[in-house]
Ligand binder design. Sequence first.
Ligand code: BES
Ligand code: ZN
Length: 850
Amino acid sequence: MKTLNSIVFHVLLVCLFSTPLQLLPQEKNNMFFATMETRDAQSLKIEHPNEIQIIRSSNGLSAVKLSHNAAEELHHKILTHGPGFIYEPSKESALANLSLKNRATYQGRNLAAKFSISQETLVRQSLDLVNNNNIAAQIQELEAYGTRYHTTNSARQSVLDLKTRWENMASGRSDVSVRIVNHTSTNMPSVVMTITGSETPDEYVIIGGHIDSTASGGNSNNAPGADDNASGIATITEAARVLFEMNFTPKRTIEFMAYAAEEVGLRGSREIAQDYKNRNINVVSYLQLDMTNYKGSSEDIYISTDTFNDDDLNNFLIELINFYNASGTHKLTYATTQCNYGCSDHYSWAQQGYDVAFPFEASFRESNPHIHTTRDTFDRSPTPNATHAAKFAKLALEYLIEISNGHSNTDPGGEDCTQTVSSFPYNASFESSFENWKQSTNDDLDFSRNSSGTPSNNTGPASATDGSYYLYVEASGNGSGFPNKNAILTSPCFNFSSLSQPELTFQYHMFGSAINTLTVEAKNSSETVWNQVFSQSGDQGNSWLTATVNLNNYSNQTEVQLRFSVTTGTGNSGWQSDIAIDAVSIQNGSTDPTPTCNALNFNDFAISSFSNQDSDGTSSVGNNGASLTLTNNTWKHILLNYDVTPNTVIEFEFNSSNEGEIHAIGFENDNNLSANRYFKVHGTQNYGVTNYDTYTNGTQIFTIPVGSFYTGTMDRLVFINDNDAGSGNNSTFSNVKIYEGSCNGSITTKNFAKLIPILGNQPEGILPNTLISPNPTSNYINITIKNNSNNALVTMNLYDSNGKLLLKKTTTENGKNHISLEKLSLSSGIYFVKIVTQGEGSLTEKILIK
Ligand code: BES
Ligand code: ZN
């Protein structure tokens, strides 16, 4: 604390030092405006009548005109702190800040307690993540600039480097931005990082500190500023790092600020706070960290109680400390102190009427004696490894997490739970809508609903895998669709009270040279962060793949939401990163049968389309889950993991009142047709394994020793009720049992040990029915397609004998597709035609061009 005597003493000392500073153009006129405590102004006037003019005094504050040599030089070259002037760009603003109104706002504002503790789980999680070594390392990095005095290049560089550091920390977060703020009162910029709030983004919770430094004795080129204030910046950075590690998304907007030119009169913060006030920005609270790593007093944290600090906010900091001390390991002790003037940037915010607080490293009297000297170095900290500063990072996290979330929230779900799904299995295939899945507003892009191919070549699916429609993110457009653009789609709420082991399955398509990432996240209504439950990155080839996601952490919970998040690619071909999803289903995941005699309960499964074969058929589950009925041309599957061994048997009852082309059942391990896995029991088409094609009428029991035909790891069971030619056919499969060996003596597998499959000769699907003709040819080829009842996309690629792609055509047309080769002027020789169909893979044929 300053006394009149000390001021006088220092003012006398200043005469011995007169190294001129590098000054901004506007500083070249000797004098500048400021406000300061009247008693300080008067002391200076007595001792240095020519260096200060007192323009007006009011309420203990004075508007003054100061000379640089007497005031600024004096201040940062000699005094430990003080004389506590606040730089003012003009006489008018100096006078404006004297107004009674301004002073009055420092007291007794916001008597209603607007802060409360509600985020215990998250805060405790955050406290465990604070790492003092990160703070120690960053203090030393900042110290290593040599000086961060506001006029120097290294000061500017330290700001640009901090911007990069913050950007890197936030990479992948579309809700975070980092910006440089340029000033008029200094050439040094400030830097601001923003995490946009998810619910009330126009309410701001701010934490800041100055990044500039100063030192006495003409040592502005040697101003290490380790404690003042590399420590505050490193503390703020560690708090931000922890929030990102937690993937914390605040409801209110959080900002982190590192200011320019605090040491020469709070200049950076003053311009920023003024700007926020001008723009009428609603700052809920402001916390200043300036000097956090010098434990000079007995307690850990000293809360400043100068009148311009907000009592409610101060009391809330104390409440936070007391509350979170209960955990023991993160115990912080505290006391109060006063600096008696606007000793740091929080004063800039208070001046604009905002609620501020300033927790400090020690009592002001016992704080670091080395600041503003060449000795303000990390190694002079009385405690090792920035452990003292780490306590301020914890307090900062308590403050940030609680206040950014703790506003009154009338929606107990925290999310839009107006649409709740309680009946399972749940199936969404997006055939006619987004099925209550909602586009996020906190991202860059939306999902689109689409059928057939995406507009871009070499990325995205050619068609849906379930029905005709799928959802995808279009990555086209440099700057709009890519790089690193994020799209989030949020589910309706799910009530899992009937699911003891909820399991999400979906199909995804990630094809393209620049494919980036698809994640799925989940949260319940009492969680405030999304938890990642699935993630896939990079090109997965041109096919639909199955994801099976265990949601057991959410079993029996009543308000659970999921969301898909896609990030598009980077680089020149960043547009080649369309990611698609389809066939989203949720069911109990505990239904994979242990080999017993029990029948499957179809109510435990999602009934999904299989491959490209599901036309306009329907399915229904009956008899309390014991039977599955398929009607009209349809192929369905349920997801079921089963290792088919030589002893595996499938047993079921079958009934059909209207014959179609193929009635069959079989295991599968992907979404492509494999005729040799399906046991046909009825139908007019000679397809699949026909050894059991014996059904005539009524209900007939089939006991099929699957393991005698094939073995292997399977993940689904396929039910076929095919009738490409027409409709009206039906199949009912009931009491489906899968077991090993024998079920109540039903069968002994050794009876069937050497069964030889009798495979049908009438293929199903597009590929086996596709013809390439004529061969040899001269200047055209015909691709003849049959059975494309679903209008699946068929792609034809023509390659030369070196594998070079010469031509690519796509079609959905049944019948002859005439493709002219004239324009290619091909020389005679061997070429290859590759046909790719969705859900079936590909077929390559050699053709001769004459
Ligand atoms: N970190 C100090 C403030 C400080 C120093 C507070 C010692 C408590 C104890 C800050 O960087 C600073 O030097 N502020 C100036 C304020 C002025 C330029 C308006 C000061 O205190 O002189
Ligand atoms: Zn400081």
